[in-house]
Design a protein around this ligand. Structure first.
Ligand code: MTE
Ligand code: MO
Length: 350
């Protein structure tokens, strides 16, 4: 059985800065659980703590509320371009496994245990961990979330409580959390140890040594052309507007977005649009606002094209990190962290 997974069309992804719940991508490794009654729900905190805690939803909501604007991105975003190169095990994602929202922080902890049942875990729930230091650094904005874009978190996205770990691959933002374990060790389960890791291109399923690589955390610098779509037909001499997103992991900013309309021979700089000030959102004026976890939307308008042509985008982050030109350099058997230059073909009418 295939769990519920959904990717929005790229053409709608960048039409607003915050991604509406109805188009927000969904990634599930097991069936979406039917969650217990919120009045009986308790979040258990256990492990290396003096006393285990059982926290009601009401109690969690009474804690100070934080808003963080963050982009969630699946490590498998753009996997399809990797599987086109060589067969890959994993969902075939285009470049739409990404979305931006703002959410609410309630605490900071280590191993998040869900209540969904995953085949890969032999029917046990999904779980993942982040380092204690990361979870407890206020600047890292790790959240226990009960609202998304000002609304109660939906079932698909983790109701009643999920983690959001900004700047980090989506896999660590565990949904439907039942238990938080403060542990001496990194999570020893499948998705931490045998899945979201990046291997060199020459490693295959018959010689993969899972313990040789660390569990992925930050996602790398990424950019995608969302409009127009791949394969559109344009007459030579016509003028086209380009729109897309760029996002850097680990809280880094987007320094530059470059576009080429002749497959990388010559480059133009795209216009980076201002990030949506969270103050513009109703009622949240006084809250914390750290925009660096969220994507940058960009545009380049009125570009005259000679068709057919290949249009390419690549971005540079605030640490000077760049994207690899070709998928060959970063191809890996799990198809994760594909951030090679994003290309679309523009066809001429026949
Ligand atoms: N949490 C649980 N409990 N089960 C899951 O399958 N998938 C993870 C993460 N949290 C998952 C989970 C992955 S791989 C991603 S990319 C994000 O959730 C996706 O979050 P979304 O569905 O809200 O977009
Ligand atoms: Mo993911």
């Amino acid at each position: 059985m295939q769990p519920f997974n959904a990717e929005p069309p790229l053409s709608v992804l960048t039409t607003s800065y915050l991604t509406n719940e109805d188009i927000f991508y969904a990634r599930n490794h097991g069936p979406v659980p039917i969650f217990p009654d919120p009045t009986t729900y308790n979040l258990i905190v256990t492990g290396y703590v003096p006393n285990s805690l059982s926290l009601s939803l009401e109690f969690l909501k009474s804690l100070p509320k934080y808003l963080v604007m963050a982009t969630l991105q699946c490590a498998g975003n753009r996997r399809r371009e990797m599987s086109d190169k060589r067969k890959i095990r994993g969902l075939s994602w285009g470049p739409g496994a990404i979305g931006t929202d703002f959410t609410t922080r309630k605490g900071k902890h280590v191993e998040f245990v869900s209540c969904d049942m995953c085949e890969e875990e032999d029917g046990l729930p999904y779980r993942a961990s982040i380092p204690m230091l990361h979870a407890t650094t206020p600047e890292a904005d790790v959240l226990l979330v009960y609202e998304m874009n000002g609304k109660v978190l939906s079932r698909d996205h983790g109701y009643p409580i999920r983690a959001v770990v900004p700047g980090v691959i989506g896999a660590r933002s565990v949904k439907w959390i039942e238990t938080i374990i403060i542990s001496k060790y990194e999570c020893q389960f499948f998705f931490q140890q045998k899945d979201y890791k990046m291997f060199p291109p020459w490693i295959r399923w018959n010689n993969v040594n899972w313990s040789s690589q660390r569990a992925l955390m930050d996602f790398p610098i990424q950019s995608v052309i969302c409009e127009p779509g791949d394969g559109v037909v344009v007459k030579s001499g016509d003028v086209v507007d380009f729109y897309g997103y760029a996002v850097a992991g680990g809280g880094r900013g987007i320094e530059r977005v470059d576009i080429s309309i002749n497959n990388g021979k010559k480059w133009l700089e795209a216009v980076r649009l201002p990030k949506l000030p969270i103050e513009a959102q109703r009622g949240y004026k006084d809250d914390l606002h750290r925009p660096h976890w969220a994507w940058t939307l960009w545009q380049l308008r009125f570009v005259k094209l000679e068709t057919p042509c290949i249009v390419v985008v690549k971005a540079v982050d605030s640490s000077g990190n760049v994207q690899p030109a070709s998928v060959d350099e970063i191809w890996n058997l799990r198809g994760v962290l594909n951030n090679c230059w994003h290309k679309i073909r523009i066809n001429a009418p026949c």
